[in-house]
Ligand binder design. Sequence first.
Ligand SMILES: *Cc1c(COP(=O)(O)O)cnc(C)c1O
Length: 391
Amino acid sequence: MTTKEKDLKYIMRTYGRYDVALVRGKGAVAWDEDGKKYIDVSSGIGVNSLGYCDDGWIAAVTRQASTVQHVSNYFYNEQPANLAEKLCEYTGMAKVCFGNSGAEANECAIKVARKYSFDKYGEGRSDIITLCNSFHGRTVTTLSATGQDVFHNYFFPFTEGFKYVEADDISALKAAADEKTCAVMLELIQGEGGVNILDREYVRQLVDFCGERDILVIIDEVQTGAGRTGKLFAFENYGVKPDLATVAKGLGGGLPIGVCMCSEKLRDVMSPSTHGTTFGANPVVCAGANYVFDTLTAEGFLDGVNEKGAYLEKKLLALEGVRSVRRMGLMVGIEIEGDAHDIAAKCVQNGLLIITAKDVLRMLPPLVITREEIDEAVKILDKTLKETGEK
Ligand SMILES: *Cc1c(COP(=O)(O)O)cnc(C)c1O
């Protein structure tokens, strides 16, 4: 059996896949089992932030794997302790909780928010407002948090206590918030929702409004965090400080991690046995994340992300068939003439790994992508747009 045949026979079909089996990669380049080369501007959905097989990352991960690969949460280990210190010192947050995915990080944030409110105000003040078109994960609770009807199917009953309001509409938010609201949860750029960049003034007003009412602001930086938007966290670009922020995808550089960070006023909300997960704070994963963190925060690295993003945007806007570009750092949504899914599939055939979000093409290139690789990616997209335009 081929890899594809085996996969289709033995793995539950929770994904539609492109007809490609990737076997190895380096930087922004990947190869399939036939040796065909691809430029990857998706980074495994923003996960391989330093590209494939970064030398320093490999060294950090293999060193830790051959020192101690796992310790249970009954013991201390320096890797998660160091990572927690770095994240807190950089952001001004007080504490973190480690998990293994974005959805888990969001679950943790939801639990912290509800417990804070329960401890202080008692039962009943547990509602969380999220935004229409958001995406917060695939667990039963984070599906509930996701403000899109298509996700509220089959798996009933969903977790109660979520309300949805339109993004960028501060009156809608104010109208929805009541004495039962404990938190508002939002992405600053809705990634899965189509790379929709929230309005700065709206976000500032939202944070102020919530602050006055002791409603916690949870920013889901699962996709926007870890340098993706040209700052370590997108909330820095907005000049706001959330009460809780979650980060996952790009932080581990390719290994599974999800982190929930909380502010000073929440530092002691969680106590032993209120939350946990066997694999959370894994030393190998955290060694990789420590390396990613050090790389992203090194002098000039994030400036490079912004410069490359601007360079990519300019080249994209010059293409026939590109209507507009929505971008922050290297998080890019491209409105095109024609069907985005169709064009993404053809790009893959032409050697460009690109993804979509709703009806836009989406690029989340590795943050280490070079200008030459950007040129090559844009050339393949141009060729593909022309081919589909001609038909
Ligand atoms: C991907 C994503 C999630 C879910 O993360 P998983 O690691 O797939 O559980 C949650 N929120 C946002 C904004 C995401 O982009």
